[in-house]
Write a protein that binds this ligand. Structure first.
Ligand SMILES: Nc1ncnc2c1ncn2[C@@H]1O[C@H](COP(=O)(O)OP(=O)(O)O)[C@@H](O)[C@H]1O
Ligand SMILES: [Mg+2]
Length: 468
């Protein structure tokens, strides 16, 4: 572990204060910094407004006396060895605080539910770095991504890193799955019980909005990171009043000034939150894609798949989606005796049961007519042409649909939404700059096989011949 001078200074400054009830002053810091950089007193004087004589005779010897008593561990500290002792003190401090963080974690700093196990975790270095910055600077952030892509794992890994490494900037972290779709009043109650248990037990206000005011006050007093996993469940399609309640809740949360952060994971781009974004409220989305090929390869190798070429081909088909790959591994093990060679000779696309149930839900309740028409048209086109379908071709097809009419802007909006939900993918031709859209194999497979007949639910749609 390397220690920066500023880090060591902050820690030693506190230790010195504990010892002599006075922080290090400017000339003392000048000497420390100089000694750290191995400067002589002449150089220190040139980099400061103090004379050599003053630094060397008036400051240094007394400073090294104090440091000897504070961080010397029985040895005499001098200009030559002070850097070593400063680094040691900083390292000791970091080790201790990591232990305390782990202790706090088990004794209640991490509140709410149980984190999923992230002891086996590949890749996501870039995403974690970005998320660490974002949770420190935004009040509401949603990780959006396909079913099984790794949203929950990523959020859990983030929490684990924040609580066990040196990056703990929050007074408390709450982990909550909201898959059971609680009504707003119940969720606020549960959060209040965690954030301010004493008030929760004594004088809790009666009305939901007053409770939210109390919660906001707590979020202003303490820096909290609240993770709501599977947040799409807070916005049930057929419960308009609940959707409006939550919209107002999130609006209050982001409009009020505080340093806490609400981190959501969601399979879909939530309409209500998107509306708030469009009206320039400070909410952010973070679209999560599959594992990068290198990490996905490690993931498959850990499951016993060793042929690199075969693995890369599977990773491409399943877009690095770890849970689709996991389901595939099971099938290949069961039916093809674990041989990727045999499987690829008889290749087919498997849709995992997790993805299938998400798609059942989307097609039965969430997707609009225009979104379905686009998906079905893409699936039809891609049977003969896997390269993708141009925007103009989709537009043309929509205009030909006599049963209903859609505007170009409605088409654009629908395409954006479908892409955010990882239901379609886009590519831009580098020469013509023309944009085209494709379906990833698992989505195409679901649409063309239409296992529950949900794809063709409305009569606006052209019938698609079933292909298996
Ligand atoms: N970074 C990762 N490293 C290893 N396995 C992962 C990773 N991300 C996801 N997985 C695997 O994929 C499964 C689904 O991930 P999860 O986070 O539950 O997806 P989501 O919340 O997006 O539906 C996990 O149970 C885990 O086995
Ligand atoms: Mg999840």
């Amino acid at each position: 572990m390397t220690v920066a001078f500023d880090e060591a200074l902050t820690i030693v400054n506190q230790l010195v204060f504990d010892k002599r009830a006075k922080y290090l002053n400017e000339p003392e810091v000048t000497v420390l910094k100089g000694a750290w950089n191995n400067w002589d007193y002449d150089q220190m004087a040139k980099h400061s407004r103090f004379s050599i004589n003053y630094l060397q005779r008036g400051v240094a010897s007394k400073l090294f006396d104090v440091l000897t008593k504070t961080i010397g561990n029985g040895e005499r500290i001098t200009k030559r060895n002070v850097r070593f002792f400063l680094e040691q003190a900083a390292k000791n401090y970091f080790t201790k605080s990591a232990l305390t963080a782990e202790h706090n974690l088990s004794s209640g700093r991490l509140l709410g539910g149980q984190l999923p196990d992230v002891s086996i975790f590949y890749g996501r270095t870039h995403e974690l770095m970005l998320l660490k910055q974002l949770v420190n600077t935004t009040r509401c952030l949603t990780i959006v991504g396909a079913s099984g892509i790794g949203k929950t794992m990523l959020a859990a890994k983030l929490i684990q890193e924040l609580t066990t490494k040196r990056q703990l900037n929050f007074d408390c972290i709450i982990w909550k799955s909201v898959a059971h779709s609680p009504i707003l009043n119940d969720l606020v109650d549960e959060l209040l019980e965690l954030v301010c248990p004493s008030e929760y037990n004594s004088n809790l206000p009666e009305y939901t909005q007053a409770k939210i005011t109390l919660l906001l006050k707590q979020l202003q007093t303490y820096r909290c990171l609240i993770v709501l996993d599977e947040a799409e469940a807070l916005f049930p399609i057929n419960n308009v009043s609940q959707r409006l309640d939550y919209r107002l809740f999130f609006r209050r949360l982001v409009e009020e000034k505080h340093e806490s952060c609400l981190l959501l994971t969601s399979k879909i781009l939530l309409n209500e939150l998107n509306d708030l974004i469009l009206s320039k409220r400070p909410l952010f989305f973070f679209k999560l894609e599959g594992l990068d090929p290198e990490s996905a390869l490690q993931f498959l190798q850990s499951k016993g798949f060793t042929d690199k070429e075969h693995c890369l081909s599977l990773i491409k088909t399943y877009r690095g989606n770890p849970s689709e790959l996991e389901a595939l591994v099971e099938k290949v093990n069961y039916y093809f005796a674990g041989s990727t060679q045999k499987f690829l000779e008889n290749e087919t696309t498997f849709v995992s049961s997790k993805l299938e149930s998400t798609l059942n839900h989307l097609f039965s309740q969430v997707l609009t007519d225009i979104e379905r028409i686009i998906l079905i048209y893409l699936a039809q086109k891609m049977v003969s042409n896997s390269k993708g379908v141009s925007f103009l071709s989709i537009l043309d097809n929509l205009k030909k649909n006599r049963k209903t009419s859609f505007s170009t802007s409605e088409l654009v909006k629908a395409l954006e939404k479908l892409e955010m939900q990882s239901l379609i993918e886009s590519t831009k031709d580098p020469n013509t700059k023309e944009i085209s859209f494709t379906l990833q194999p698992v989505i195409k497979k679901y649409i063309t096989t239409d296992p529950l007949g949900l794809v063709h639910m409305t009569d606006v749609l052209p019938k698609l011949a079933k292909i298996s």
